[in-house]
Ligand binder design. Structure first.
Ligand code: HEM
Length: 224
């Protein structure tokens, strides 16, 4: 099947190989609040901004002939792990414990974060951390750029009202998420040949950061 132009180039997910799919799904759903999107082998969960694929072990397969998929064998050697960055670690620690999460210790204070670890039913370690080195804990982990939240507010009422009669619907997601329209808009917002941007006529012109945000919104697949 062909991807639509507006489809993102790819999505990042995490796959967990588990001993008992139902037991793991119950943990990620009931303790951490994940949503089950598809049941079976594999099971697909949405956890906040990401997806977790849960499957049983096995193999090898023809595309990884020397690899066996298995739950962790050595629980005390850490290689790759789910890292939940939280706004308020004491709150999360309390809630998740009350739902049955097993933490190794209570949250501990470190140079740049307050942090603790829990284990899922297979023993996978899950880090829970509240960053303390930035003004707010989650600011380094921005979700994808969204039209409603990030892009639409960059247009002023005067921009929208002047362009609307020309059929350029700056406040309309359907219009703006058409790549041809979005490209034209970004072109007129950008300086060219040492000339200031064509739009808005006479300024105030968008900053390089604002144009970069717009381009990021495009490259991430035009999130609403
Ligand atoms: C697809 C791209 C665009 C085209 C082809 C375009 C074209 C034009 C044209 C021909 C005019 C003059 C006619 C009029 O005043 O009604 C105009 C005016 C204006 N445009 Fe655009 N525009 C585009 C995008 C934008 C964008 C992205 C903004 C703002 C972010 C913008 C803001 C304005 C404003 C504020 C005026 C009125 C200026 C004034 O009368 O003082 N336009 N545009």
């Amino acid at each position: 099947m062909k991807a639509k132009d507006s489809d993102p180039e790819f999505i990042a997910t995490e796959t967990l190989i588990v001993a008992n799919i139902a037991r793991s799904v119950a943990f990620y759903r009931d303790v951490l609040g994940a949503t089950v999107l598809r049941e079976g082998e594999p099971t697909l969960l949405r956890l906040k901004n990401t997806w977790i694929i849960i499957n049983k072990g096995g193999g090898p397969t023809d595309d990884k002939p020397e690899v066996i998929a298995s739950p962790p064998k050595d629980l005390n050697t850490l290689s790759s792990f789910l890292n939940l960055r939280v706004a308020d670690i004491d709150h999360c620690y309390g809630i998740w414990r009350s739902r049955g999460a097993q933490f190794i210790t209570e949250p501990k204070i470190h140079a740049n974060e307050k942090r603790c670890y829990m284990r899922d039913p297979d023993g996978y370690l899950i880090e829970v951390g509240q960053t303390t080195s930035t003004a707010t804990p989650l600011e380094s982990y921005r979700p994808e750029v969204s039209f409603a939240r990030d892009i639409r507010p960059l247009f002023r009422a005067v921009d929208i009202s002047h362009m609307d009669p020309h059929g350029i619907k700056l406040d309309d997601y359907t219009f703006m998420s058409n790549p041809d329209n979005a490209n034209k808009v970004l072109t007129v917002l950008s300086p060219h040949d040492d000339q200031p941007p064509a739009m808005p006529p006479g300024g105030p012109y968008w900053t390089a950061d604002q144009r970069a945000l717009f381009a990021q919104w495009q490259s991430e697949g035009y999130a609403p």
